[in-house]
Ligand binder design. Structure first.
Ligand SMILES: Nc1ncnc2c1ncn2[C@@H]1O[C@H](COP(=O)(O)OP(=O)(O)OP(=O)(O)O)[C@@H](O)[C@H]1O
Length: 314
């Protein structure tokens, strides 16, 4: 099912066309990541979805409804929005920040309080110590989690995120990405996220949209972006030095293993990617490894030769 349909959308500021005839669609329950150089129109495209930026030409449909037919305030209450620097209200506690949209929507106090506690729990922020704190009493990573929790508070089907993890250091950033993936799977939320970080795009995206100078150059799966770049710019942006490893990080070991064998000296879990399997086999110094399921039962095997073949350009 389609959650967002963008039809030939253009944005102009005076004579400058900053988004130029973009068409794309986003499946319900998926994550679409928009990447591109600075000033390529990523944020503008995303902000037209919730009408923070007026559309000059074209149409955007969310859940089948033309966004122009929905009052802008209703649309923004329905669509979660998280930005870099999280935009928390400094004079409201963590609980009050998260409760903002449920209160605007008129939820009763018990339902709002229950949702605040649920979200704090999901983001590993113990309600008894965090609910009454103010934003300045939190670390950057904690503030960022509250920002995403606030965007999710009213159970939006759609969440727009503009560089949400941009200000975080790499370790906390990885954790924040994994939290987002877990929560997105649990709620089935559709996510559109803007980032500068290609690793983030490959880690999170079911679909990657590449923009340059207002135009959408390609919108496809991460695998296709790597193996069939539509344009030299796409190829350059995804980086050529580690594309074999990027591709392998997208491929699950489970889908590529050979039949099980006995007597192999080392075993890997089938849930990991080919990239992680390769790294582990280099580290362990083994040419071939058994593959096990979650109960440690043997389900297959993988050899170094096969792994190297799988990382090759098709
Ligand atoms: N309100 C505005 N008035 C005039 N020009 C604008 C306005 N907002 C954005 N622009 C211009 O539109 C272009 C696209 O901006 P946008 O913020 O969408 O880019 P971006 O790809 O998100 O960039 P970045 O990665 O740097 O955030 C830029 O050239 C910007 O200067």
């Amino acid at each position: 099912m389609t959650m967002i349909e963008i039809r030939n959308v253009t944005k102009r500021y005076g004579a400058a066309t900053v988004v130029d005839g973009v068409s794309m669609s986003v499946e319900k329950g998926s994550i679409t990541v928009i990447v591109g150089t600075s000033g390529s129109g990523k944020s503008t495209l995303m902000r037209m979805i919730n009408r923070l930026v007026p559309i000059t030409e074209g149409q955007i449909f969310v859940a089948g409804q033309n966004v122009m037919d929905v009052p802008a305030t209703d649309l923004r209450r329905k669509i979660g929005y998280a930005i870099q620097g999280h935009g928390l209200f400094p004079h409201r506690t963590v609980a009050q920040n998260i409760a903002t949209v449920p209160e605007l929507l008129g939820w009763d106090a018990a339902r709002t309080a229950g949702r605040v506690d649920e979200l704090l729990g999901l983001f590993n922020l113990d309600p008894s110590s965090f609910a009454e704190k103010y934003p300045h009493q939190l670390s950057g990573g904690q503030q960022q989690r509250v920002g995403v929790a606030r965007a999710l508070a009213a159970e939006p089907e759609l969440l727009l995120m503009d560089e949400p993890f941009g200000a975080l250091d790499p370790v906390i950033r990885g954790k924040a990405q994994d939290d987002l993936l877990a929560i997105q799977r649990q709620f089935g939320t559709t996510v559109v996220l803007v980032t500068h970080d290609m690793d983030e795009a490959f880690h999170l995206g079911n679909q990657i949209a590449v923009m340059s100078e207002g135009r959408l150059l390609q919108c496809s799966t991460p695998e296709k972006i790597l193996t069939e770049p539509a344009d030299p710019f796409v190829q350059q942006l995804t980086g050529t030095s580690d594309r074999a490893l990027k591709l392998m990080s997208l491929l699950p070991l489970k889908a590529s293993m050979a039949p099980a064998k006995t007597g192999l000296p080392y075993a890997l879990p089938q849930s990991i990617s080919l990239r992680d399997a390769l790294a582990e086999m280099i580290w362990q110094g083994v040419e071939e490894a058994a593959v096990q399921d979650a109960d440690r039962a043997p389900v297959g095997s993988i050899s170094m030769t096969r792994l190297l073949e799988l990382g090759r350009k098709a």
